[in-house]
Design a protein around this ligand. Structure first.
Ligand code: HEC
Length: 140
């Protein structure tokens, strides 16, 4: 009987030869599913962050439709602006937020001489992504 080389191996034999290929396929499938799973988590976490920190002033649909401070733009209203995403990316640098919001690693160190007249809101860069993911789901 002639010696078989790898070309003659039946398909099943290929799997035995390279389980790595199987892993690669499974990993690719995982990658395909991951963004969606992370998306749902991110949205939920963003909602929690917004409920905790932003609804004190902003009206946010589904969280505090009757709350907020009248002069403060509502999240729903801001979704009508073409550049809403940009605004939510940089809001912490726009007044009045610098006085109350610190983004770790981005915001300038809060001036310690400033009176802490409001409770400081400390966010991470990941929190900003989560806020964006949640705001993205708000319907106009
Ligand atoms: C102390 C009240 C207060 C809190 C808390 C607050 N905001 Fe605001 N926000 C304001 C006010 C007032 C404005 C309008 C500023 C203006 O008109 O110049 C504003 C404007 C904005 C804007 C539009 C910025 C622009 O000028 O384009 C965004 C986006 C925003 N806020 C996001 C947030 C998010 C996200 C949070 C929670 C992490 C938050 N805000 C928490 C008061 C607040």
């Amino acid at each position: 009987m002639p010696k078989r080389n790898w070309i003659d191996l039946p398909a099943a034999g290929v799997w035995k030869l390279c389980p790595a290929a199987l892993w690669r396929i499974m990993f690719a499938l995982l990658l395909l599913c991951a963004p969606q799973a992370a998306g749902a988590d991110m949205i939920a976490e963003g909602r929690t962050i917004v409920a905790e920190h932003c609804t004190r002033c902003h009206v946010v649909p589904g969280i505090n439709p009757k709350g907020g401070i009248e002069s403060t733009p509502s999240f729903k209203g801001m979704k009508h602006l073409a550049d809403w995403r940009r605004r939510f990316e940089v809001f912490f640098a726009l007044p009045p937020h610098p006085a109350l919001v610190t983004v770790v690693g981005i915001s300038e160190e809060r001036d310690k001489s400033r009176p802490a007249f409001v409770q400081e809101i400390k966010l991470s860069v990941h929190d900003l992504d989560r806020i964006l993911a949640f705001v993205d789901t708000i319907e106009k």
